[in-house]
Design a protein around this ligand. Structure first.
Ligand SMILES: Cc1cc2nc3c(=O)[nH]c(=O)nc-3n(C[C@H](O)[C@H](O)[C@H](O)COP(=O)(O)OP(=O)(O)OC[C@H]3O[C@@H](n4cnc5c(N)ncnc54)[C@H](O)[C@@H]3O)c2cc1C
Length: 293
């Protein structure tokens, strides 16, 4: 089913994101976690590409294994970092051969230790150019692009960032998945601003359930997400992994319930290869009923 059909058919889509593990043990564990989410009937699963220096070659292998094993549509993330157009085209051809359904088209972050992104010789500069390339050469792919409720950290202004997002959508993106955020008001404002400038595709909130204070401070520091102070205070009360997991799930349940009340088009969970928190949240919000209504 095409990506736009999935969004038309479902009032509320559900998708989960994994990353390529470095070891065989990690990969086997990933498939177990995918399996444990299948009872929620997700619409598609995605796997990151080169994020945080992770291995790129594994992405296609992981998504095609998930598709084969669980009979579910899959999306490969793809960035333009360190790739010529020829290499990107080759990747898209391999994804086509493996029957990957969708591409999450991204520019990618500058390499670790550098502040600014420098396009590769013979490569692309921005994600909208990758969307263009996909539309020109591989239009059968459904395309998702990234959106930033708190504004992308390199963008000179909110307006510039929104115009960039519009360029990506005008180039042919079918949906937007947002960067993780913890203040729903930022997301609602972002959606309003997108609609005002004519972005009409579904905007799916990206949710990262917090499982430890240390982990979320590191991740939020990297992507610039603001954490609510009362939430940090609560997490800091005890240096106990179980307590922090419970507090994280509690916060994510409240955040998800509020998103559902506002009629979001879908939910995208950054699962980080551990389904426990996502499963607890989906159970607590009674996702099956939410999707049936
Ligand atoms: C859902 C999601 C999934 C992700 N998955 C991955 C992944 O798998 N691997 C990975 O490495 N990273 C991933 N990222 C992180 C992403 O690569 C970074 O946030 C990156 O810094 C920007 O990527 P982008 O596609 O949003 O870039 P772009 O949309 O190209 O924007 C990058 C910056 O350039 C600006 N810009 C764009 N076009 C122009 C222009 N013409 N002139 C001037 N400025 C411009 C934008 O405003 C923005 O500040 C993901 C992010 C999200 C939200």
């Amino acid at each position: 089913m095409s990506l736009s059909e999935i969004f038309q058919k479902n009032q509320l889509t559900l998708s989960c994101e994994f990353f390529p593990p470095r070891t065989e043990k990690g990969e086997q564990s990933l498939y177990r976690h995918v399996e444990s989410l299948m009872h929620c009937d997700p619409d598609f699963m995605t796997c990151t590409y080169g994020a945080g220096g992770s291995t790129r070659d594994k992405t296609l292998e992981i998504v095609s294994n998930i598709k084969r094993q669980f009979k579910i549509p899959v999306a490969s993330h793809l960035t333009v970092v360190d790739s010529t157009i020829e290499e990107l085209t080759d990747y898209l051809q391999r994804a086509t051969d493996l029957e990957v359904d969708y591409i999450v088209a991204l520019r990618g972050d500058p390499p670790q230790g550098t502040d600014s992104f420098v396009p590769t010789n013979g490569g692309l500069g921005y994600a909208n150019e990758l969307v263009d390339l996909i539309q020109q050469k591989y239009p059968h792919f459904g395309v998702v692009v990234a959106g930033y409720p708190e504004v992308h950290r390199e963008s000179p202004s909110l307006e510039d960032d929104l115009m960039n997002l519009k360029r990506k959508v005008d180039a042919g993106a079918d949906a937007i998945i947002t960067q993780l955020f913890y203040h729903n008001d930022d997301f609602f404002r972002f959606c309003d601003r997108c609609r005002k400038i004519g972005i009409e595709v579904p905007i799916i909130p990206g949710l990262l359930p917090v499982v430890s204070l240390k982990q979320i401070q590191r991740i939020a520091g990297l992507c610039g997400a603001r954490l609510p102070q009362p939430f940090i205070d609560r997490l800091s009360e005890r240096d106990d992994p179980e307590w922090q997991f419970e507090v994280g799930v509690e916060q994510a349940v409240a955040q998800t319930e509020s998103l559902l009340e506002h009629g979001v088009a879908g939910l995208h969970f950054y699962v980080l290869n551990r389904s426990d928190a996502t499963n607890s949240i989906l159970q607590a919000v009674d996702i099956a009923s939410a999707r049936a209504s």
